[in-house]
Every structure is written in structure tokens, then in C-alpha cells.
Design a protein around this ligand. Sequence first.
Ligand code: ARG
Length: 391
Amino acid sequence: MKKVVLAYSGGLDTSVAIRWLKTKGYEVIAFMADIGQEKTTDAAIRRARTAGASKVVVRDLKKKFIAEYLWPALKADAVYEGRYTLATALSRPLIAAEQVAVAHEEKAAAVAHGCTGKGNDQVRFEVTVQALDGRLEILAPVREWEFKSREEEVLYAQRHGIPIDVSKKNPFSIDKNIWGVSVEAGILENPNAEPPEEAFQWTRGAGKRNVKERLIEVEFLKGIPIGLNGRRKEALSLIEELNQIGALYGIGRTDMMENRLVGIKSRETYEAPAATLLLQAHKDLESLVLDRELLHYKESVSQKVAEIIYYGLWFTPLRKALDAFVNATQGKVTGRVRLKLRKYSAQVVGRNSPYSLYRESLATYGAKDAFDQRLAKGFIDLWALPYKSNR
Ligand code: ARG
């Protein structure tokens, strides 16, 4: 029997996919990546077995996710269309790459995913697999099978004794990891309807909560966050703590119209408290330590990196080359940034760095001014020369 490694989430689609792949003649190995999606793994493992998986492989990829995907994206200030901090998009190449590794270990000839044919995730999975091992066969059951509705899938699951909690039907499609929550479908498909409070998973109720203004301080070393409020923090607990604090304030909520790679416009809501706070702080620190030209040039790179991530092109030469550029900009992104948290937003209120390019003696309007204002005239005359009329 041909072996296939399926990226398994524990949900209805991928549970049904296990059985469906078996009927197509495959031995199915279910692969679960733990990237902090808060799913109960034990129940999911049992479900995979009952559905017919010959083996369930679970891997904790949280540390790898942070070190190899989230920090590079943070250093790049990668944000898609100005607002989406890319939690889902960043997780796909990681999951797919690990899936390829499992396929090699298990001597499987194929990999499978549970993405639909309408989204970005199918692209991200498949481009990654093709880049890493072009010989692997790729199967996309949800894109091919005969079920036309959730109800048909539930019936199929029931007929095959796959335990599905039908009562738990969520009206939204939710994808979650430590970098954020992505929510779509249901009432959100009407772009003019305000997202109901139930659409929010981490920040629910923030609007009603009575929160006091609060200061936090993030410390960076070469572009990477290493401390919070004066204490050294290991990466995962730093992100988790910022998610907790930020969620209380409703920070990092986004409601946006988004352009998918497949050409569809969609309405998405996101919650990304830690990502939002870290990106805000990181960018602010860069504006203190990077010179003007480098900073401006880097902005265009940020946008390109965000597109690359969104478009599923993580494992490409361009991404690697831009990553090298980004790393070359981060040597002095060291220092501390203070943010004031208020309901739904945070503001940077202070920043300092041993590499600060700010010179008070140059900037001041006070008595200690060291800037020779007479030099300005010659500079402006030359600056204006190409445009001067009536010469
Ligand atoms: N639109 C986002 C993206 O393409 C999120 C997709 C998340 N999937 C979901 N089931 N909500 O990255």
C-alpha cells in the first residue's frame, strides 16, 4: 500500500480525509504540528486512529516556529497589506517542511493536506513540498472529494464511526497559533456586518473590560525580543505573556478586506496581540538606530517579504536573499522600547539604545544647539538647483 503523510488538525475535514484516503488505497500517517493552536491533542489522536490512521506523529514545533519563522518575520517587519501579521501564512511552510521530513522518515510516497481550493494555504503547502522534494505526490482530498457540505461530511463521519462533536459546530473558520488567530466565514462573509463579539477568540469582551492604562517595556537584542519589563524572557513565554496582556486590552484586533493569491477578495478578522506589540516596538527601535536611507529602503523590503510569506514562497532564493539583507540591518537594533497600553491600542512612549543615532545637541531648539544653521542655506540652494526657475 502507498503511504501518505497527512497534515492533520483534528477537525472534521482532515478526520474525514483520513478515511477517504484509505478508501482510495492509501495507508495514512497523521501528522500533527503543535504550534500553540490550543487544540486538545489526546482527543485528536484518538479520532485519527478511529478514522483509520496507521500512525499518528505529533511534534512540538513552537520553538522552531519562533526561531526560524516568527523572528525573521519580525526582523523584516513583515505585515501583509499593512495589517495582517501573517500568523497562518508563516505556519504553513513550517508544517509542510516537517511533513516532508516525516514522509522521508516513514518512506512515504505522498503527502496530503486538508485545504480547500479557494484559499492561500493550499498554495503555501504545495509550493513548500515541491520546493523541498519535487518527487512527492501531493493529495488534496478536500479539493477533490464528492462532499458538497459540512452536513454530508458529518454523515460520512458518523457512518464510519469517526467521533465528531457535532454540537461544537463553530460558525467561523478559525486558524490559531502563538502568533495570532485568523477568523473567517459565517456572518463575516458580509463585509458590511460588524464582527460579532463571538468571532473573537482571544480578545473577546475587551470592549466591556475596565482596563487601566499600563506601561510595558520590551527589550531587543539585534532585532530579537529578549526581555519584558526589565526581566530576561525566553522567547515562547515572552510571546505568551504579551498575548495575555495584549488580549486583555483588545490589542491587535484587525478587521480587513484582503486580497488572496487566488484572486478572491475576502473579509478576515485577526487577533494578534503579541505580534502587534512586538512589531510596533521593533519598528520604533529601528527608527532610532537606522539611518534614514536604510530605514526607507527597508520599508520596501518589508512589503516584499510580507508578499513572499503570504504567497507561499518561503523556500525560495529571493526570500533567502532578502533575509540576508534584513539580518544585515539588525546588528544595532538593540535597546528598550516602552509602550503604553490602552483599550484596543498601544503607543510607544519611550525608546533607548546604545546605538541611538539621535543627537540632542543637533536636534535641540535650546541653548545647547551644536548645529551650524548657516550650512543649511548652501545645502538648500544645491538641492533646489535642478528645479530652479528663471535661471
Ligand atoms: N487569510 C489568511 C491567510 O491566507 C488566513 C487564512 C486562515 N484560515 C482559516 N481557516 N481561517 O493567511
